[in-house]
Design a protein around this ligand. Structure first.
Ligand code: SF4
Length: 355
């Protein structure tokens, strides 16, 4: 007996980094092991909302990301791994839901406002598809009647919109029949947001990440560049592993927001982090050997993922078969939901449509 069904996806960005792992993938694998029914979607249509101009890398990015999912431990026997655009019912449900949501409601979605700010977009030129991407997310979730959606704090408003759409649909079309859609629950994922190695927001385009597929040598080279405490110049200088709140910038943020190497120790070396901090503070640990020790820990931790990934990468046909099978399983669930939706709305069923 499964605990419930979860739906979660990622935009295909190619090879994944540690931030993707800590922020989502690690949790997906844990939920799979705990006996949830996992549906994981490569959100390629979502990718187009902000990246429709150059799609030349889309298929290779999908393939590399799926390899990382499998490498991280998603088990295709237990988890449905599929590509959004291979299940056309997402588009149909998105269209039907788009009648139920006002433009003003979509403009209030906080993540849309953040994207406009972060990507320096002009609000007047934002596309119809981009404005409606949270409606597409609602269709993604409700198509599978997911009972739970694992999300970070920033995605909670999307699940709230999904619940509103489910309620509205059930209210309008299910007065004389059982409700079609459950109202999915938020399953809050608590994870420390990992900074990039340079101390800034982690981003592959900046090159401040560690990829899950990096070799031990690549990891060591990347960790060598990590931001530490700029005041710890000699090995015996006492260091500041954590943020120093005694020196703030004009906006009230600490000038030294903490050593990134220590931040990674806390996440990936929970047993040893307190001792690292103690030795650093009293000047008995130097940054160079500490970076080497962190790089070794990360490389050891990522070895099973990298090796499993390499085994799948050696057999691309197997990977394609896994995705094709996931697409088939997803389509079967999606089509059953759509038949209920069409019947509730007085539309023709798929069998009537082909007559
Ligand atoms: S010794 Fe380690 S924790 Fe201390 S500043 Fe250097 S890298 Fe950071």
């Amino acid at each position: 007996m499964k605990k419930g069904r979860i739906l979660s996806g990622m935009r295909p960005t190619g090879r994944l980094h540690l931030g993707n792992y800590v922020g989502a993938l690690e949790n997906w694998v844990r939920l799979q092991q705990e006996g949830w029914e996992n549906f994981h979607m490569v959100a390629d249509w979502h990718m187009l909302t902000t990246g429709h101009e150059d799609t030349s890398r889309l298929q290779s990015d999908i393939y590399e990301m799926v390899l990382d999912w499998l490498g991280a431990g998603l088990d295709p026997q237990r988890t449905v791994i599929f590509v959004q655009s291979a299940v056309k019912q997402h588009a149909e449900l998105h269209l039907l839901f788009s009648m139920l949501v006002s433009k003003a409601r979509l403009e209030r979605v906080p993540t849309l406002k953040e994207q406009i700010r972060d990507l320096h977009l002009d609000e007047q030129t934002i596309s119809y598809g981009h404005l409606g991407y949270s409606v597409l997310q609602a269709a993604d979730i409700l198509l599978y009647k997911a009972t739970h959606v694992p999300v970070g704090e920033d995605q909670v408003p999307h699940v709230e919109l999904t619940r509103e759409i489910a309620r509205r649909f059930n209210h309008l079309y299910c007065q004389d029949r059982p409700p079609v859609f459950p109202e999915p629950e938020v399953q809050l994922t608590h994870f420390p947001r990992l900074r990039g190695l340079d101390g800034n927001r982690m981003s592959k385009s900046v090159g401040n990440t560690i990829l899950l597929s990096d070799s031990p040598e690549e990891i060591a080279a990347r960790v060598k560049q990590a931001y530490t405490d700029p005041k710890k110049i000699r090995a015996k200088d006492p260091g500041r592993p954590e943020a120093d709140l005694s020196e703030l910038d004009a906006e009230g943020r600490p000038l030294h927001a903490g050593c990134v190497v220590f931040e990674y120790h806390r996440k990936f070396n929970s047993a040893g982090a307190a001792e690292v901090a103690r030795l650093c503070r009293v000047g008995e640990l130097a940054c160079v050997p500490d970076k080497s020790q962190l790089a070794r820990l990360l490389a050891d931790g990522l070895t099973p993922l990298r090796e499993r990934r390499a085994r799948y990468a050696a057999d691309p046909d197997q990977v394609r078969d896994i995705v094709a099978d996931g697409n088939r399983r997803a389509r079967a669930v999606a089509e059953a939901t759509m038949d209920e939706v069409r019947a509730a709305m007085g539309l023709k069923s798929s069998t009537e449509l082909v007559k």
